[in-house]
Design a protein around this ligand. Structure first.
Ligand SMILES: [Zn+2]
Length: 172
């Protein structure tokens, strides 16, 4: 079971390591998920595991019902990864960090207005800030999902940010 999706497992580990290398993560705070070829399954980084002991097989396979397939303990923030991937078939991957700059902005509990053209990269005229809710809760996930409507990124008040990899599909 654990050897399934080996390329995705390696890509997820690589992305997580890059987040640390680039200074976007503090300790074991950030987490990443990626959708599997089966649209109702995804891999998410494990809970509280330092990078130096993390292996591709440590990535936790889950379904969009929130059940772990096989073994492992998913990131405590698996809920919003699951909910985003379930609600947004256009999304292939979800990145969450407590990066210093974004978290400083999120502590202002305000979205980012269109003060720079790169704001549009997130998919609209602004980047919203989801209202505060405790980490790991359904309430936080609901707030994030709302803030991400028609967007590829959002802040989460007094917490951090979420960024999405959005697959551009040809129109109907
Ligand atoms: Zn977090």
């Amino acid at each position: 079971m654990l050897s399934h999706y080996s390329e995705l497992r390696e890509a997820l580990l690589f992305t997580y390591a890059e987040m640390i290398r680039r200074g976007l993560n503090q300790g074991t705070a950030g987490n990443v998920s990626v959708r599997c070829p089966q649209i109702d399954r995804f891999l998410v980084t494990p809970s509280g595991m330092p990078l130096d002991v993390m292996t591709p097989d440590a990535m936790v396979l889950m379904d969009t019902q929130g059940e772990v397939i096989g073994e492992g303990k998913p990131s405590s923030e698996w809920r919003f990864h699951r909910d985003i991937l379930a609600a947004r078939p256009d999304v292939g991957a979800v990145v969450h960090t407590h990066s210093v700059a974004a978290t400083a902005l999120a502590c202002l509990r305000q979205g980012i207005p269109a003060f720079h053209y790169m704001v549009a990269v997130a998919g609209g005229a602004d980047i919203r800030c989801a209202p505060y809710a405790l980490f790991g809760t359904q309430e936080l996930s609901n707030a994030a999902l709302e803030a991400l409507e028609n967007r590829k990124a959002c802040l989460m008040a007094n917490h951090g940010l979420i960024a999405l990899e959005v697959t551009t599909r040809p129109g109907p």
